[in-house]
Design a protein around this ligand. Structure first.
Ligand code: SF4
Length: 426
C-alpha cells in the first residue's frame, strides 16, 4: 500500500510501523466503508466469476486455475477483505489467487542492506523508507542485523517517506549521506527528476536498487511453468501503481508470449474482483489480451514524461533478487554521466555480479518461493512461530507489501463473512 501521509508529516512520521499509522488506519476504514456500500457491484462480479469458473470446469475438467496478483497491495486487498474466502463461498473453488513478487523490500539482496548498515555505523547519514529500516540482513554487521539495530547502536539512520524528503533534509547539513533507493518503477521518477532538476546535494548519494516488474513477471511465469507438478499461472492481475508509469502496453509481451489474460487493476476489493472476472471471461472465450480495469489512473502508454526522465538518468541492467538470483534486465543503475550521485562509486562498494551473488535467505525461510508464487506463507515452518511481524526472520515478514506480513496481520478471513451475507452467497 502506498504511504498516504502528507508532506506536512515530514520529518516526523506518525509512527515507524505502517500498520499502526493513523493515516493508513483512516484509509483502511474508508475502503471498508466503500466496500460495504458497493455490495450490489460485488454481487454481480461474484456471479460472473462463478459462471465463468463453472464454464471452464465443465469445459476442460481442470480443478485449479491460478491467477497471480503481482502487487503486494493487491495481496493486501485480497487478504484484508477476505477475497479468497469470498470466491470460495461464491462457488468459484477452482480459482486460486496466488501472490507474486510485488514487494521490493522482500527481493532486495541482503548484501545492500549489510553495506547500508556498515556505512551507518561508520558515521554516514543513512536515509531509508520505514519498511527497509526493519528488514533483517542475512549476516549481522558490527552487531547490527538491520538499520533499526544500527540506529540503536548509535548510527544516524533517518526514516523518510521519499527521496525528496531525504534531499530536503540533507540540504540542511553537509555530512556524507546515503539514500537506500529500494523500489519498483513507481519510485524511479522521483529519483530521476530530483537529479535532473539539480536538487540533490553532492554529499547525498543514491544507492539505486530499483527493480523492474515486467522482466520479473516473465521470470516468475517461466519458473512456475517449468515446475511440472504445479498448475501454470492462467492469468495475471498486473500492478496498478507500476502501470501508471509503464502503461498497459508494458504487459502486452506477457499476454502474447504466455497466451494468458493480463488485467491492470486498482486496489479496491471490487477492482480485484473485476480483474478476476475479466481474466476468467477471457479464458472461457479463449482470449489473451491486456485489459486496463484501473482506467481512473492508468493509460495504455503510461506516463511518457516519467518514462523519459527515467531513461535519461538510468540504464537497464541485470539485477539480483534476494533468494532468487539474477533476472536479466530487471534493474536500474545510474548512467555514467550521473556517477557523481552514485553511492557505489563514492563509497567504494563493488556492486554484486552473478559471480559474487550468494543465496541470501536465512535457513528454512521460504521467502523466495513465496515471492515466486510457489509456496504460501503457511508452508514455511517458521511462519508465526519463530518468524512474526515483531521479530521477523525473513524479508517477507517486514513490509506492508510482504506476503508473510500481510498473512500474519490479516489471515483470519477479513470481511468475507460479512460481505458474503450481504451479497447472499453465504
Ligand atoms: S514466515 Fe518468515 S521465515 Fe518464513 S518465508 Fe515468511 S519471511 Fe521467510
Amino acid at each position: 500500500m502506498a504511504c498516504v501521509s502528507t508532506p506536512q508529516d515530514f520529518p516526523v512520521a506518525p509512527t515507524l510501523d505502517c500498520w499502526k499509522c493513523p493515516v493508513m488506519k483512516r484509509e483502511m476504514e474508508a475502503l471498508e466503508l466503500a466496500f460495504r456500500r458497493k455490495t450490489s457491484i460485488t454481487s454481480t462480479l461474484l456471479h460472473n466469476i462463478e459462471k465463468y469458473s463453472r464454464e471452464l470446469r465443465e469445459r476442460d475438467g481442470r480443478y485449479v486455475y491460478k491467477v497471480m496478483d503481482f502487487c503486494g497491495t493487491h495481496e493486501w486487498t485480497i487478504v484484508h477483505f477476505g477475497l479468497r474466502s469470498l470466491l470460495e463461498k461464491a462457488g468459484a473453488r477452482n480459482v486460486e489467487l496466488v501472490a507474486g513478487p510485488g514487494c521490493p523490500v522482500c527481493v532486495t539482496p541482503s548484501y545492500y542492506i549489510e553495506h547500508s548498515i556498515k556505512l551507518a555505523l561508520e558515521g554516514v547519514v543513512v536515509y531509508t523508507y520505514g519498511d527497509v529500516f526493519k528488514v533483517p540482513a542475512l549476516r549481522p554487521v558490527k552487531g547490527a542485523r538491520s538499520l533499526a539495530e544500527a540506529k540503536a547502536l548509535g548510527g544516524d539512520v533517518r526514516v523518510v517517506h521519499s527521496f525528496l524528503h531525504a534531499v530536503i533534509d540533507a540540504r540542511k547539513h553537509n555530512k556524507d549521506s546515503l539514500f537506500v533507493g529500494i523500489g519498483f518503477e513507481t519510485v524511479a521518477p522521483g529519483y530521476s527528476e530530483a537529479i535532473l532538476k539539480g536538487l540533490v546535494p553532492d554529499h547525498l548519494k543514491l544507492m539505486s536498487l530499483v527493480k523492474l516488474t515486467p522482466p520479473a513477471m516473465f521470470y516468475t511465469l517461466e519458473v512456475v511453468r517449468e515446475k511440472p507438478t504445479d498448475y501454470p499461472i492462467s492469468g495475471v492481475i498486473a500492478p496498478g501503481h507500476v502501470s501508471t508509469i509503464v502503461g498497459g502496453k508494458a504487459w502486452q509481451p506477457v499476454a502474447e508470449q504466455f497466451q494468458i489474460p493480463v488485467v491492470v487493476a486498482g486496489f479496491e476489493p471490487n477492482d480485484v474482483l473485476a480483474a478476476v472476472a475479466e481474466i476468467l471471461r477471457q479464458m472461457a472465450r479463449g482470449e489473451h489480451k491486456v485489459v486496463i480495469e484501473y482506467t481512473r489512473a492508468v493509460t495504455w502508454e503510461g506516463d511518457l514524461k516519467a518514462q523519459s526522465s527515467i531513461r535519461t538518468v538510468f540504464e537497464t541492467v541485470d539485477s539480483a533478487w534476494r533468494g532468487i538470483g539474477y533476472i536479466p534486465k530487471s534493474g536500474l543503475a545510474l548512467r555514467e554521466e550521473f556517477r557523481r550521485h552514485d553511492a557505489f562509486a563514492y563509497f567504494g562498494i563493488s556492486d554484486l555480479t552473478p559471480e559474487t551473488w550468494r543465496y541470501d535467505l536465512p535457513a528454512n525461510c521460504r521467502c523466495a518461493e513465496v515471492t515466486l508464487g510457489k509456496a504460501k506463507p503457511t508452508d514455511c515452518p517458521l511462519f508465526m512461530k519463530a518468524c512474526t511481524p515483531d521479530r521477523p526472520i525473513g524479508p517477507c515478514m517486514v513490509s506492508v507489501e510482504g506476503t508473510c506480513a500481510i498473512w500474519a496481520r490479516f489471515g483470519g478471513g477479513g470481511l468475507a463473512d460479512e460481505i458474503a451475507r450481504a451479497v447472499g452467497v453465504f
